[in-house]
Design a protein around this ligand. Structure first.
Ligand code: PLP
Length: 387
């Protein structure tokens, strides 16, 4: 059986020999042209035409009112959480099944993650478990904010993450956050182009972020972006990401402690070229997931399909095994046969930095962690093999 899987993947990626990565970038568009133009212009750093152009393109693509280009997804998340009002000793609701950057960004502000379980149907934050947590474990103080009963800490933000590109039930989560006066920040690092009820992920929260790291659907080497519809937050994001410098023709004035988080123009040049191809990439990624779905339907391995009411970018395709033993057997076979496959992240609640954080019942996260494997998901050529 495993042998057939290897040959199916090799055929699909048109790679008879050598390693097939989990997700490799495709530079099929204007990448070289824009990079060369950027170098020729000498504006390779944090000011330049491509940075502005990239922000315009992100706004047009997502339908968000404002976009601020940032050095990477982690710093975008750090800044977005700060702008959402997260302060030292606060709690920020997160999920145990996520990339480490989500929890780390919370920690950079001196706040602590509080882990609510994920949903087996979306792989992201469960709206039901969130509702239960808020109902049973929190109370309102006179200041109008929601506090955690057991720790007495303020709950200032909630950061659902659209795991492997699949949208969570963000509309319900949004209503809950509003009801409990909690800022909603979407970690859409993995889900650029994914839609929930025809609306782009990242645009539901007070703020949303995307990542353009090398392994994501589109990449600019390293990069991120913050999106928001709030002009005040957008202005602050730009100000804080550029060392909080007060605009002036020659003086160096700064009015608070800012960050060097602005995306360099050379990365933005690459990002512009990649963004032009995003729709095409997603179309091909969805063709790939359909091929996988059909292939695995003839096996006893379960292929994960996009949740209801959503259109996923299928950043990383996932399959489920019956138990950890079978998962590990598969991982060993595939990786020693040149097919890069990976288990899910170690749950945050099992890492020493986060194991003592507030957490609810996390049975779904544990269930997923034991069984899930990500399989090669790079953008494929169209079946007709034209680019
Ligand atoms: C990739 C990723 C990030 C961080 O993005 P970088 O650009 O690598 O800093 C944050 N959150 C999630 C869920 C991610 O997958």
């Amino acid at each position: 059986m495993y042998k057939e899987i290897v040959s199916f993947i090799r055929k699909t990626f048109n790679t008879p020999k050598g390693i097939i990565p989990l997700h490799e970038p495709r530079f099929w568009g204007n990448e070289k042209k824009y990079l060369l133009d950027c170098v020729d212009s000498t504006f390779v750093s944090s000011v330049g035409r491509y940075v502005d152009l990239f922000e315009e393109k992100i706004k047009n693509y997502t339908g968000s009112k404002y976009a601020i280009a940032i050095t990477n997804g982690t710093s975008a998340l750090h800044l977005a959480l700060k702008l959402a009002g997260v302060e030292k000793n606060d709690l920020v609701i997160s999920q145990p099944l996520s990339f480490i950057a989500t929890s780390n960004a919370i920690s950079y502000l001196g706040a602590f993650p509080a882990y609510v379980d994920v949903d087996k149907k979306t792989l992201g934050m469960s709206d039901e478990k969130l509702s239960e947590f808020l109902q049973k474990k929190t109370f309102f103080k006179d200041d109008g904010f929601c506090y955690h009963k057991a720790s007495g800490k303020k709950i200032s933000a909630c950061v659902p993450m659209h795991t492997f590109g699949h949208p969570v039930k963000i509309d319900v989560i949004k209503v809950l956050c509003k009801k409990y006066n909690i800022s909603l920040v979407e970690d859409a690092a993995e889900s650029i182009g994914s839609k929930y009820r025809l609306k782009q992920t990242g645009t539901f929260g007070n703020l949303g972020i995307f990542s353009f790291n090398g392994n994501k659907t589109i990449t600019c080497g390293g990069g991120g972006v913050i999106i928001t519809d709030n002009i005040k937050l957008a202005k602050m994001a730009k100000h804080l990401s550029t060392q909080a410098k007060i605009t002036h023709p020659w003086n160096f004035g700064h009015d608070e402690i800012g960050f060097n988080y602005r995306m360099p123009n050379i990365n933005a040049a690459l990002a512009c070229a990649q963004l032009e191809q995003l729709e095409n990439f997603i179309e091909r990624k969805r063709i790939l997931s359909e091929k996988y779905k059909q292939f695995f339907s003839k096996t006893d391995i379960e292929f994960f399909t996009e949740p209801q009411n959503s259109c996923s970018n299928y950043w990383l395709n996932s399959i489920f095994f019956k138990n950890r033993k079978q998962r590990d057997k598969f991982l060993k076979y595939m990786n020693s046969n040149g097919i890069m496959t990976r288990p899910s992240w170690t749950l945050m609640t099992n890492l020493k930095m986060y194991k003592n954080c507030v957490r609810e019942n996390i049975e779904n996260s544990e269930w997923i962690e034991e069984r899930l494997v990500n399989i090669p998901s790079s953008v494929i050529l169209k079946p007709s093999n034209e680019i």
